[in-house]
Design a protein around this ligand. Structure first.
Ligand SMILES: Nc1ncnc2c1ncn2[C@@H]1O[C@H](COP(=O)(O)OP(=O)(O)OP(=O)(O)O)[C@@H](O)[C@H]1O
Length: 219
């Protein structure tokens, strides 16, 4: 039997003051697969990604890489990078410089769009264009895992399609954790999907049916 390496998030407890946000979490993110988290606004998805990345300190957590407990995953050499919901890069930086800075590789074969955009400053791009290139900055990083928090937000449908294709093209080399409210697009590329509700993760076995039953999408 073959065992695949994986990143695991287990027994996470998070509270903001008296308010419990996360309390019974288990996520298994195999290398070479896309793992998705869906859930209503405010259920704790972004907080969970930050805990897995290591920048948000919860009451308790066990984040393990290949079975080994990792306190600060973002400090581990080439382990993980995180795309937050907010802009990531200084607006004065040129796109090409940002890619160099992150050691992310988009070569000239990526096409005419790279030629057009590479010398522009990130602050000169539209909201959707900036989101697209910042997502690629993380996606093409030389790391084992990328955590993508709402990468489809602000993107027009053609960009969403391209991004889905690019995420799948990176799967051979990486583990990818994604959360986004464009659930149909997420389900299309996910190998497994968890639903986050009342602080607990549920692995979905029949995603569309389960999402209706849990009140995330209408009947
Ligand atoms: N620094 C903070 N202090 C207090 N409460 C917070 C803080 N950050 C987040 N929260 C609360 O914790 C809950 C979870 O927030 P989080 O951003 O993780 O949700 P989310 O599932 O990512 O939401 P969305 O889908 O809207 O992006 C929310 O109710 C939010 O108001």
């Amino acid at each position: 039997m073959k065992f695949f390496k994986c990143l695991e998030a287990d027994s996470i407890e998070l509270a903001y003051g008296e308010r419990k946000i996360l309390q019974n979490i288990y996520l298994k993110m195999p290398l070479g697969e896309v793992t998705a988290i869906l859930g209503r606004n405010g259920c704790g998805k972004s907080s969970l990604l930050q805990i897995i990345f290591g920048t948000l300190k919860p009451v308790f957590k066990s984040v393990r890489w290949d079975g080994r407990f990792v306190e600060f995953p973002f400090r581990e050499h080439h382990l993980v990078r995180y795309l937050p919901q907010h802009p990531l890069t200084p607006p004065s930086l040129r796109v090409q410089e940002a890619f160099k800075w992150y050691d992310s590789v988009v070569d000239d074969s990526f096409g005419e769009r790279w030629q057009v955009v590479k010398n522009k400053r990130l602050g000169e791009l539209s909201g959707g264009e900036r989101r697209f290139w910042e997502t690629l900055l993380i996606l093409f990083s030389p790391v084992q895992y990328v955590l993508l928090d709402e990468p489809f937000s602000h993107l027009s449908p053609i960009y969403v399609e391209q991004l889905k294709w690019l995420i799948l093209s990176q799967k051979a080399q990486k583990g990818i954790l994604i959360t986004d409210h464009l659930y149909r697009d997420v389900l299309e590329i996910a190998d497994q999907t968890y639903f986050l509700q009342n602080g607990t993760t549920y692995l979905l076995t029949n995603p569309l049916r389960d999402l209706m039953d849990r009140g995330y999408i209408p009947e």
